[in-house]
Design a protein around this ligand. Sequence first.
Ligand code: ASP
Ligand code: MG
Length: 422
Amino acid sequence: MKVFKFGGASLESVERIRQVGQIIQSFPEDKLLIVISAMGKTTNELEKVAQNYYLRKREIAAQLLYNVEQQHMQVAEALLGNRENPLFTQLQQFFTEAEWTLGEKPMRAYDYYYDQLVSLGELLSTAIVSAYFNSVGIHNTWLDVRDVFRTDDNFRDANIDWDITQRQVTEKVLPLFNNTSIVISQGFIGSTDQNESVTLGREGSDYSAAVFANMLDAESQTIWKDVEGLKNADPKLFPNTVNIPEITYGEVIEMAFYGAQVIHPKTIKPLQNKQIPLYVKCFLDKNLPGTVIKEVADIKQLPPIIVLKKNQVLLHITSKDYSFITEEKISGIYEIFHGLKIKINLMQNGAISFSCCIDNNPEKIELLIKTLHNDFKINYNEGLELLTVRYYQDSLLEELSNGHPVLLEQRSPTTIQRLWKK
Ligand code: ASP
Ligand code: MG
């Protein structure tokens, strides 16, 4: 059994969906569990539906939903040739349910409605792809993942109940492979025990695929992307990036931690725990070598890995009465950060001060200052960038730093981090 994941970019046009079909056809011998995310930018569009609905701008929400409906109907019709297929009834049902939600007065928290509406994207894309595949002889079974992935009700960032989900995967998913060797399901979504839809966090489909891979004891997972494979830096920010042929689970977790938007950070653990290799391949040319992520990799081959986090803020928290910033004080400060869900990207402490770099989120910073201002004086610098380089050489570092004034720096033999003013 192999698990494949296709993201929004691989489904953003009729041609690309056909290309996905060709890729699948080149694996005739395999059992495939295919996880698909929403088409193109659908999730962003559905987020706008949810926002407008919650702001009681119901007409705008309905219009935006209608646009999503039209796009999907057009793609489905182009793929299937007409509207005779039962798919169109299924799509219509999904939209009718979403319209019902829009007709309700919002009584619950925003995140709940967000999930009820935004989960639509994956239901639509998988239904279309599944029906299209069946129509061209790629026989497959469509699976509603909400019947399998059980979560808590932490809407927008739901946590999977591992035991119940494993049981449902074994009881409900495995038998499907007796009918067809391909099962198609949704990434990013799941369900509570009350049958409410949930989402697992933006870009969460990689993680969904990894959960399936773990629970099905898959031999491998492949994420099909529109790029060659994993690169040593974001090609949109840096020239001369190179492809990484192989890399360890640990290194990828570190990259994600430092802010590289490569693979959803939660993806690695379920795979590492069962030693399932993760391939990143290009759906535009499946013969490109891509990247394999696994337990042991040839680290000598690794190029310097570069991550740049933009829009950073450096906070200086100083005790007002000159009392020391002790472990106890730091743990109190950390608790406040944790409560506000603020992630610290870099930190350093002195006798009466504590400095840390965080993503710029003005509302959270304001709350933080309100909470801390009785005991501490707080200053901050905005408009900063945090560079992280693993396996750095000094010459490269100077080239990347390019004379930016550095406000904070930390280095170990393998990793350097520099926070500078842009
Ligand atoms: N469609 C969701 C998103 O855009 C999940 C994913 O793409 O992985 O965030
Ligand atoms: Mg996506």
